[in-house]
Design a protein around this ligand. Structure first.
Ligand code: BTN
Length: 258
């Protein structure tokens, strides 16, 4: 612990900061799973699940998301958007984290398609949106967000791809404050979900366009993104491919010739 600042989040700290209904856990398997269960039993829109530690945090594509105690934000927000706007949840989450990270003082910030926020080219946050359907009715959506606040990646294989906020800003950050700021940004962007501004701002903040990329075996140049958030890639034969989800690998532009 440095400077006597908070290490463990607590119900009390969060009560001082949050006005929405929330459930806080010192340790939980996955906040997204708790949020889904809460949605099923009638959680109101805007309800929030937070944890100081996740023991089975989930990432995109069925991967694990490492959430040790005291070092990250792990939260899941319950939303009830019109189903037409579901593709914008990714954008809203990424934009909100982008704003938070800028507010903290980070300068080299970008969104790597579809929703990773990067600082200095390294991942500081991941987003896992999950829709919950009942037949053809959208019951709600869970917006799961993880932010690396003071994770130590130095001895880990992730050190070349991930970074923590405190390592960039070189000062102690209070997680309950970060959570309150992040929620303010999410409320702002969610209020604009029907506006084309969400798409245009997300697109403007992407650091992926005009890069040489590979997604799900398709290699080419990232040309554009659609209003639904899909990535358009032009391969070396000039064919255009569209990817709605997937893991993006960014290459040096000259690797396309090889
Ligand atoms: C990714 O793979 O980049 C997405 C990671 C999303 C992690 C967050 S942490 C809070 C919420 N609960 C989970 O189990 N996952 C998300």
């Amino acid at each position: 612990m440095q400077n006597g600042a908070e290490v463990t989040l607590s119900q009390k700290l969060l009560e001082q900061r949050l006005t929405r209904p929330f459930k806080y856990f010192d340790r939980v398997e996955s906040t997204n799973d708790v949020a889904k269960a809460w949605l099923a039993t009638g959680a109101p829109e805007g309800a929030l699940v937070l944890a100081n530690e996740q023991t089975r945090g989930r990432g995109r594509k069925g991967r694990d998301w490492h959430s040790p105690p005291n070092v990250a934000l792990a939260l899941s927000l319950i939303l009830k958007p019109d189903s037409a706007f579901l593709p914008r949840l990714n954008m809203i989450a990424a934009l909100s984290v982008y704003d938070l990270v800028r507010e903290c003082g980070c300068e080299d910030v970008g969104i790597k398609w579809p929703n990773d926020v990067q600082v200095n080219g390294l991942k500081v946050s991941g987003v896992l949106p999950e829709a919950v359907w009942e037949g053809d009715q959208l019951r709600g959506a869970i917006l799961g967000i993880g932010v690396n606040v003071r994770m130590d990646f130095s001895g880990s294989e992730l050190r070349h791809s991930a970074i923590s906020l405190e390592a960039v800003v070189k000062r102690r950050l209070e997680r309950s404050e970060l959570i309150a700021s992040l929620l303010r940004r999410i409320d702002y962007w969610y209020a604009h979900i029907a506006s084309a501004t969400v798409y245009s701002t997300w697109k403007a903040r992407l650091n992926t366009l005009n890069q040489a990329v590979a997604v799900e075996g398709v290699k080419g140049v990232a040309l554009d993104v659609t209003a639904d958030g899909a990535l358009l890639i032009r391969d070396e034969k000039g064919h255009i491919h569209q990817s709605g989800t997937g893991d993006l690998i960014v290459y040096a532009i000259d690797s396309l010739d090889k």
